[in-house]
Design a binder for this molecule. Structure first.
Ligand SMILES: [Zn+2]
Length: 187
C-alpha cells in the first residue's frame, strides 16, 4: 500500500520527496533557516514548485546560501545574478536577499541566533494543527502577521504575512500536514 501524503505534493517526485524529508520538520540551525527564508522570499507571488526546481541553481548562484558572503555582495555580483537564467531573475528580490542577509546577521548579534529569535514566537515548540484537507490550511494567521511586522520592522524585505506563514510551515514552526498524512505524527 502506498503512503498517504498531503494532497498538494502527490504526483510529482521532487515535491513528494521534499514533503517527506523536509516540509514541516522543525529546523533549528541558522544556515537552514536562512536558506528557507531566501527560498520563501523568492517564492513570493510564484508557486513553491517553481522555486524547488531551481533550488540547486540558487545554491550555486548564492554561495551555498552563505549569509556572510551574501551580505557582502556588490553591484557586479547583482548583475551576474540577474544574468543567471537558472534562478528567478527579479532585481528587487535579488537585492532584498543581500539586505536580508545583513539583517539576519544583526538578529544573530542581538539574540544569539536567528533560531532563538524566530522560535521564541512559538515558545520554542511547533504548533500542531489538525488540517483535514490541505486547502483548508490558512494562508496566513494573526501570528504570521505579528512575525511579518517584526521582520519588516527589523529591515527584512519580501516577508509579507503569507510568505512568513509558508516559512513557518516549511521550517516546522507549525505542523500543517493533513491528519491522515503519514508525516503528521512523525515531524
Ligand atoms: Zn503531509
Amino acid at each position: 500500500m502506498s503512503k498517504n501524503r498531503c494532497g498538494w505534493c502527490v504526483g510529482d517526485l521532487l515535491y513528494e520527496n521534499y514533503h517527506d524529508d523536509e516540509w514541516g520538520v522543525p529546523v533549528y540551525d541558522d544556515a537552514t533557516l536562512f536558506e528557507f527564508l531566501i527560498l520563501e522570499t523568492f517564492q513570493a507571488g510564484l508557486s513553491w514548485i517553481t522555486v524547488l526546481k531551481k533550488r540547486e541553481n540558487f545554491r550555486k548562484a548564492f554561495d551555498n546560501f552563505d549569509y556572510k558572503k551574501i551580505a557582502e555582495y556588490d553591484t557586479s555580483k547583482v548583475e551576474d545574478l540577474l544574468r543567471d537564467t537558472g534562478i528567478i531573475r527579479n532585481k528587487l528580490k535579488v537585492k532584498a536577499t543581500i539586505t536580508n542577509a545583513q539583517v539576519f546577521m544583526k538578529i544573530q548579534d542581538d539574540f544569539g541566533s536567528f533560531s532563538k529569535y524566530i522560535w521564541d514566537f512559538v515558545d520554542g515548540k511547533p504548533i500542531k494543527n489538525e488540517v483535514v484537507y490541505y486547502k483548508e490550511a490558512p494562508a496566513n494567521t494573526p501570528l504570521s502577521d505579528t512575525i511579518s511586522k517584526d521582520l519588516k520592522k527589523r529591515g527584512f524585505k519580501f516577508v509579507g504575512s503569507t510568505v512568513v506563514y509558508a516559512y513557518m510551515q516549511a521550517t516546522g514552526m507549525v505542523n500543517d500536514h493533513e491528519v491522515t498524512c503519514f508525516r503528521y505524527r512523525q515531524v
